[in-house]
Write a protein that binds this ligand. Structure first.
Ligand code: GDP
Ligand code: GDP
Length: 453
């Protein structure tokens, strides 16, 4: 049993922002809990070793009519079910009539309720929050949900009193050795399996042509997997002594079949394929240039933590001018994944296709490369010496040690004091430092921060 924390407040105070921060870990699930309506957003929050259910109650302003009334009654139902309520206010906007109406409602409930003044970043939080005391609901807790500031302190305040009632809310703490063993076990599982390579891209970029080209060069056993049109086809193959499984989202024209069905582009299928894969080959069309949809696909792969290789197809028969323009455009729009190798290929003529697999190999290697605790800690220390972490509320953030927390993508776990308060700019700096020091190409890396006890 986990405690249920409801986020309540009028629209725009930052409920979703806080919700997302609390549930952002990969294994967080935003699921339908049996018997609960869809109008409410439920998530399992995991934050600094604490776990609980969080409910984003959506809009409630206190003076709803009609359709809003329906939404508000959902929120009120969520409040009734919750163990505690976080009543969120916008420190920048100040106290509004809607806030007062919600407060009135909450006072009548007799629920444990905490006032949370959000968006205190860059303003004087104390004076901005002063008027919230007028609500008569006790102390005001200042946070900046968008930056994580104050969130941990708030959770401790809210959850500590529930400790006896909900002992499960503490994620069992693992020793460093246990964490290392977990990561190694995951790595072993990965390495005992073939490399799953998903070929994704918009319709007509040449995925089928490329898949056939790759398969044409190899000894392959193509087998039909039963499934719906939403499923991708899994094709085992071998290359340079390594086993692969191609995840074909295009519905490749299987040789020997006359009545082949050319399947339509399916975003769901593409997402599933990306989830399933170790490495994602994103194919774009040189004739079309890079589109927003291409970037969305790259974004999916990135969020899923997959290794990425980019292929610009139909590179045949283009003038030098067009090629130069395109390269500039690619530089500009794909700068955010400068770690991914970029190949210019012609699936139709086979040019450049052979070299793709070197990058696929490299990207997979990088995603499954074991680096020990002492090495990771040393790199972390060097980064800290080169560029000190900033002061947060007068205290210097202190990083203590780093270890591997998982692979594909590589996860680096950094333990220390106040590490959760590190600004995003410093987190990016660390990310780049690790990337350079470990020479990681082809895969995103994740850094997780854990507060030392
Ligand atoms: P909701 O309607 O209550 O779910 O509010 P949202 O989470 O959608 O946030 C509303 C707006 O406030 C968005 O533009 C957020 O980016 C912004 N916001 C949320 N938290 C913060 C914060 O801590 N600081 C600042 N400056 N803006 C924030
Ligand atoms: P899919 O929808 O992504 O699977 O794309 P297809 O493989 O069906 O290709 C769409 C069209 O682009 C077909 O007419 C292909 O012949 C053509 N095509 C694919 N690759 C190339 C290429 O490298 N160069 C040129 N010029 N045309 C290509």
């Amino acid at each position: 049993m986990l405690p249920v924390v409801a986020l309540v407040g009028r629209p725009n105070v930052g409920k979703s922002t806080l919700f997302n921060r609390l549930t952002r870990t990969r294994d967080a699930l935003v699921a339908d809990y049996p018997g609960l309506t869809r109008d409410r957003k439920y998530g399992q929050a995991k934050y600094e070793g604490l776990q609980f259910i969080v409910v984003d109650t959506g809009g409630i302003s206190g003076d709803e009519r009609g359709i809003d009334m329906e939404m508000a009654s959902q929120s009120i139902a969520a409040i009734d079910e919750a163990d505690v309520v976080l009543f969120m206010l916008d420190a920048r906007a100040g106290l509004t009539v809607a806030d007062e109406m919600i407060a009135q409602h909450l006072r009548g409930k007799g629920k444990t309720c905490y006032l949370v003044a959000n968006k205190v970043d860059g303003i004087d939080g104390d004076s901005a929050s002063a008027e919230f005391y007028d609500l008569g609901l006790g102390d005001v807790h200042q946070i900046a949900a968008a930056h994580g500031r104050g969130v941990l302190q708030l959770l401790r305040t809210v959850l500590d009193p529930l400790e006896d009632e909900f002992p499960d809310m503490h994620v069992p703490e693992k020793t460093l050795e246990e964490e290392e063993l977990d990561a190694d076990a995951q790595l072993e599982r990965l390495q005992s399996q073939p490399i799953k390579l998903a070929i994704v891209g918009r319709p007509n970029v040449g995925k089928s042509t490329l898949t056939n080209r790759i398969l044409g060069e190899e000894r392959v056993v193509v087998f039909d997997m039963p499934g719906t049109t939403r499923d991708s086809i899994f094709i085992p193959m071998e290359r340079d002594g390594r086993e692969y499984v191609l995840i074909d989202t295009a519905g490749v024209r299987r040789r020997g079949k006359i009545n082949d069905v050319v399947e339509k582009f399916s975003v769901i299928k593409t997402l599933q394929a990306i989830e399933e894969a170790n490495v994602v080959l994103v194919v774009v069309d040189a004739r079309e240039g890079i589109s927003d949809q291409d970037l969305t696909l790259v974004g999916f792969a990135l969020n899923a933590g997959r290794s990425i290789v980019l292929a610009v197809n139909k590179w045949d028969g283009l003038t030098q001018d067009i090629k130069d323009d395109l390269k500039r455009e690619l530089d500009r729009r794909l700068g955010f994944i400068d770690f991914a190798r970029l190949h210019f290929i012609s699936a139709l003529h086979g040019t450049g296709v052979g070299n793709l697999f070197e990058s696929v190999q490299e990207a997979y290697q990088a995603a499954t490369n074991r680096v020990g605790t002492s090495m990771l800690t040393r790199i972390m220390e060097m980064a800290q010496v080169d560029h000190q972490p900033p002061l947060v509320r007068g205290r210097r953030v202190k990083m203590k040690y780093a270890h591997a927390g998982g692979y594909n993508p590589p996860v680096i776990v950094i333990h220390g004091n106040q590490v959760d308060d590190l600004p995003d700019s410093y987190k990016r700096y660390l990310m780049n430092y690790f990337r350079k020091s470990l020479n990681v190409m082809g895969t995103p890396i994740k850094i997780e921060f854990r507060e030392s006890k």
